[in-house]
Design a protein. Structure first.
Length: 611
């Protein structure tokens, strides 16, 4: 949450910073600001989007070859101009941007107030920069050392960047729990919450580790940890293409990412799966195969859409591998006293690789001796670095806040993991294994066929755009899809939607059904098909309006439902990869028709680095 950008070099900093903030807007968008140095410390900040900041700033003095910028997702203090970052120290010489939460800010603030400090904003961040200033002014240390001393006293999570009016050749950054990347150019350095604002200028980056401080001074980068030990920067090459982070002719990132799914799932399978040769190999977890084969249990930890992918995986692993699986919200797991042992395998699923609750849950499970595997999309992010091993989803950058292509890529990886283990364990016959590989390899084409339904789904969306409630029902493998369909709709269209196992409807939600309640059934041909036909009858008997996702050639549901969306046939274990596509499109079109900002829905952020 919150996006950070910084620049120091020979170019004009402002255009680089503002463009970078636009790339990071998925991390938060309630206010934005920049600080620039050119003999003066100029800070411009504004409530609203980065575009609002740009409109406000464009008439101002923007010349500077050093600066920091921030796009905010509010934690302490409402979104307004004053609470927006950067924050300036009381002495007026230091400016800071911050992503995260300083948990002990109240105690620090009390102490600072007793020393005569006063504060403009309600933020924890302003407390921190004054704390740094206080140390800096009252000790004989340089600014970087003052920052290091201050960080040693801070409880909480942070990614920070600081500039000082006293030294325009100095940029200081640090991280703990929130991501930060330093880009290395020729006589210039970039700073950002992820690599996307940087790749236009350089593909050489250093990902800071927790509790590391980057000091860029006089064209030199020094990294030290907060214990004052100098660290050797580990330079990596990022291979993100610029087109991957641009809309490329689409109206929104979300629809671009929905349409990318034949490719993203294909990329995820490529090099790992060869159905013709009956070959399946996930190099990242290969060394842990025996541990998984001997596992007592698989524990899946995730949040949001990734948690839904975990639910699909639960069904797949239990069916094919015969290993008990539990799926937990990371946020719940981390705050109870879970029973975890050395023979447990934890699979942590995360698109961003930065979700604070998932990271903390991993640390807890690790401390109890479990083996941790990651299924993440963002290469080099915190979760893959905190796990013992894992497999990337290779879906490419996902920028729309509502997750789409990450979900299908996560299920693809998890399915490959399960099939690989099942084959080695002997819980799946060779012929079944091979036929599932063929099925899995055909999924990108089936997704492409679902995308052809887009015009039809747009027409259906028109009919339901003014609904105030929606119910999504599915059984078996399609139950997590119902949850995901409901989540997509509520997060981007603000229509209240609930997902339920279809059979549970009669234990409550059925009371809500009347002619004003649209009900989306995922009723593809599988082992619970007949049961779902009965559930549809129950809804129709109460005058509910039914939109049904069915398998091509369906006759029974087609007779009774009001609207039919036909998707290609797939093995039931793989059906979520197909049946979710129309639900993504339905939520997208409804949200657009309601005039919602689908890529940046209110109150949400894509990377949730606070708990
Ligand atoms: C946020 C995002 C969701 C995402 C969830 C988990 O809520 O808006 O799209 O599913 O976080 O994020 P992760 O990056 O861990 O998958």
């Amino acid at each position: 949450m919150c996006g950070i950008v910084g620049y120091i070099g020979k170019r004009e900093a402002y255009p680089i910073i503002i463009k970078g903030l636009q790339r990071l807007e998925y991390r938060g968008y309630d206010s934005a600001g920049v600080a620039l140095l050119n003999g003066e410390l100029n800070v411009y900040k504004k409530k609203g989007k980065v575009a609002d900041l740009h409109n406000f700033a464009k008439e101002k003095d923007l010349s500077s070859s050093i600066g920091i910028g921030h796009t905010r997702w509010a934690t302490h203090g409402e979104p307004n101009d004053t609470n927006a970052h950067p924050h300036i120290s009381m002495g007026g010489k230091l400016a800071m941007i911050h992503n995260g939460i300083i948990e002990n800010y109240a105690a620090l603030k009390t102490d600072l107030v007793s020393k005569g400090y006063s504060f403009q904003s309600e933020t924890d961040s302003e407390v921190f920069i004054n704390f740094v200033e206080d140390i800096y002014l009252n000790t004989k240390v340089d600014l970087a050392e003052a920052v290091r001393l201050a960080l040693n006293k801070v409880v909480g999570a942070y990614a920070i960047a600081i500039v000082s009016l006293e030294d325009p050749n100095l940029l200081i950054a640090a991280r703990k729990g929130s991501p930060l990347v330093v880009g290395l150019g020729k006589d210039e350095f970039f700073l950002a919450s992820d690599a996307t604002p940087i790749i236009e200028y350089t593909n050489e980056v250093v990902y800071l580790d927790d509790q590391e401080i980057a000091i860029i001074k006089d064209n030199n980068l020094t990294i030290k940890n907060i214990e004052d030990v100098e660290m050797k920067p580990y330079v990596q090459t990022v291979d993100i293409e610029l087109e991957a982070i641009e809309k490329g002719g689409y109206d929104h990132f979300m629809i671009k990412e929905i349409f990318e799914q034949p490719k993203s799932v294909g990329d995820c399978l490529r090099g790992r799966l060869n159905a013709k040769e009956g070959h399946l190999h996930l190099g990242g977890i290969h060394d842990y195969t025996n541990k998984i084969l001997n596992a007592d249990r698989i524990l899946i930890l995730a949040c949001g859409t990734s948690w839904h992918a975990g639910l699909v995986a639960e069904y797949i692993f239990e069916e094919f591998c015969r290993i008990p699986v539990e799926v937990e919200y990371a946020s719940e797991f981390r705050y109870r006293n879970p029973i975890v042992g050395e023979k447990d395998i934890v699979i942590a699923i995360s698109q961003s690789g930065e979700t604070a609750d998932t990271l903390a849950a991993i640390e807890l499970a690790k401390s109890k001796g479990a083996t941790i595997l990651g299924v993440c999309n963002v290469v080099g992010s915190s979760i893959p670095r905190a796990t013992h091993a894992g497999s990337y989803t290779h879906a490419g950058p996902e920028i729309g806040v509502a997750s789409t292509k990450a979900f299908t890529a996560q299920i693809s990886v998890l399915t490959m993991m399960a099939l690989m283990i099942a084959q080695k364990k002997g819980t799946l016959s060779e012929s079944k294994f091979r036929s599932l590989l063929v099925e899995l390899e055909s999924i990108p084409d089936k997704i492409a066929k679902c995308l052809d339904l887009n015009p039809q789904i747009e027409i259906i969306s028109e009919k339901f755009k003014d609904a105030t409630n929606f119910l999504y029902l599915g059984r078996g493998y399609n139950f997590p899809v119902a949850l995901e369909g409901a989540l997509k709709l509520k997060e981007i269209s603000y229509i209240h939607a609930e997902g339920y196992p279809a059979a549970e409807m009669k234990h409550g939600p059925i009371a809500l059904i009347d002619e004003n309640m649209p009900v989306v059934f995922i009723g593809t041909k599988d082992s619970s098909y007949e049961k779902i036909v009965s559930n549809i009858q129950e809804v129709k008997a109460r005058k509910g309006e039914v939109i049904a996702i069915v398998t091509e050639g369906d006759t029974e549901i087609t007779e009774i439902a009001d609207h039919i969306i036909e998707v290609p046939h797939a093995h039931e274990a793989l059906m979520p990869l197909v049946s979710v596509i129309p639900l993504q499109l339905l939520s997208y079109h409804i949200a657009v028709m309601r005039g919602c900002n689908v890529d940046q829905p209110r109150n949400l952020a894509k990377s949730v680095t606070v708990e």
